[in-house]
Design a protein around this ligand. Structure first.
Ligand code: 7TS
Length: 427
């Protein structure tokens, strides 16, 4: 199957639309309009966090200037407005990802917290010794460590889908693992942050479901790059972070099928998540509030609403097509540089987001430092994916990752910077 089909919600195909104009969109992002070390900033660290458009910054400012109050508590005008904004954002997310309704959308601090919520609330209640949790070698630590902790608590066993040499999951490894009938949940990234690979999540979900397991999709890199349709993916849980898609840090989403969320116990206790509290026991609020103890990130939710409006006005399909064009340009340019090793699928159509690479002569940290001196921001390190680094026998890579405001000129500046690296370190 075409892995992109799970990324892009139904709508006109990218090719039927005019390409987006990153030069025009850049003006919406105030932070991009600056010099770093005497050069105009080229921001290529979008897989770590995206920049924020003025529409999002203004939504936050508007909320704090006019509406700030706690939600669901006061019967006064400001509390009503804050609650409307907060719950309106939830409904916007539900519509945007194709959820059955807002009660399936739980606010979290981000993808990491959402995975921990499922691993704790669902995992502790459902896993026993001998059960299996299926992961992949390409997962971010956020989608590994919570499951390792769960395995240690319950005696469940961790199984892994492996990577091939080109950064794809080896799907032929799936049936032998599923045959045992012990996989209770598979936790799989939608798009790899370290390799850029778009995974065939719907296909994996079908096989795991046929074998009686559930599927959690880590969409930290998925929702940002082309939108998401949770029904088309046929997932049971989908998680993502606002900050990678033009919203602020500290707001994220756990989507889960209503019946599943309903069956799970709460994971944190406090205000907001209860119905009745007595001396020695309590009863829980309805979904989704059962999972939202304490005063939430109200401004963050409202800002995520503004970010989704912004991304939709640009068009998720066009964003993905634009990124893939930049990835294609980067792959071609880097292939021509002696000593460069590229990671991930060779074709841009199979990837989104970014390009990881190493150079024979220079450590990724040196590459990043030299690029920074030229105003080009990339990330160097293991990208919280140490299993990926181990698989390919490197301690770290440099990674240039793109978003809607990056231009072909940005790629030129990256390539220019790598020529400087070669000038200093040799090839
Ligand atoms: N899953 C994936 C696939 C990610 O890329 C990230 C963050 C996370 C989970 C965690 O998201 P958080 O918002 O909860 O922290 N990835 C990166 C990265 O590639 N560089 O910095 C953070």
């Amino acid at each position: 199957m075409n892995p992109e089909s799970t990324l892009v919600p139904a709508g006109p195909s990218a090719t039927a639309q005019a390409p987006l104009d990153p030069g025009a969109l850049r003006h919406d992002f105030p932070v991009l309009d600056q010099e770093v070390h005497g050069r105009s900033l080229v921001y290529l660290d979008n897989a770590a966090t995206s920049q924020k458009p003025r529409q999002v910054i203004e939504a936050i400012e508007r909320y704090y200037r006019h509406d700030n109050a706690n939600v669901h508590r006061g019967l006064h005008e400001l509390s009503r407005r804050a609650t409307d904004g907060y719950e309106g954002a939830r409904a916007r997310v539900a519509g945007w990802i194709g959820a059955a309704g807002p009660s399936e959308v739980v606010w979290t601090r981000g993808a990491t917290e959402a995975i921990n919520l499922v691993a704790t609330a669902w995992g502790d209640a459902n896993l026993r010794e001998g059960d299996e949790i299926l992961l992949t070698e390409m997962e971010h630590h956020s989608n590994l460590v919570p499951w390792q902790l769960l395995a240690a608590r319950t005696g469940a066993r961790l199984r892994y889908l492996e990577l091939d040499d080109e950064g794809r999951l080896r799907l032929e490894g799936l049936p032998p693992i599923l045959e045992g009938g012990r996989v209770r949940i598979a936790a799989i990234s939608h798009i790899s942050n370290a390799l850029g690979t778009i995974n065939p999540v719907a296909e994996i979900a079908r096989l795991v479901h046929d074998a009686g397991g559930l599927v959690l999709v880590d969409g930290a890199q998925g929702a940002a790059h082309g939108g998401v349709d949770v029904r088309a993916l046929d997932a049971d849980f989908y998680v993502f972070s606002g900050h990678k898609m033009c919203a602020p840090t500290g707001i994220g989403v756990l989507w889960g099928r209503e019946a599943l969320l309903d069956s799970m116990p709460p994971w944190q206790g406090g205000g907001e998540m209860i119905s009745l509290v007595e001396r020695d026991h309590s009863t829980w609020a309805d979904l989704p509030h059962k999972f939202e103890a304490g005063t939430p990130n109200i401004a963050g939710a409202i800002a995520l609403h503004a970010a989704i409006d912004y991304l939709e006005s640009v068009g998720p399909e066009r964003i993905l097509a634009h990124e893939q064009a930049l990835v294609a340009q980067t792959l071609e340019a880097l292939r021509a540089i002696p000593g460069v090793r590229l990671f991930g699928p060779p074709r841009a159509e199979d990837r989104a987001g970014g390009v990881s690479f190493t150079m024979e002569s220079a450590h990724p940290h040196d590459i990043s430092t030299i690029l920074d001196a030229e105003g080009v921001a990339v990330r160097a390190g293991h990208h919280c994916a140490q299993l990926v680094m181990k698989r390919y026998g490197v301690p770290a890579t440099a990674r240039a990752s793109f978003y809607l405001y990056n231009t072909p000129d940005d790629v030129e500046r990256l390539v220019e910077g790598l020529e400087t690296v070669r000038g200093i370190f040799g090839s």
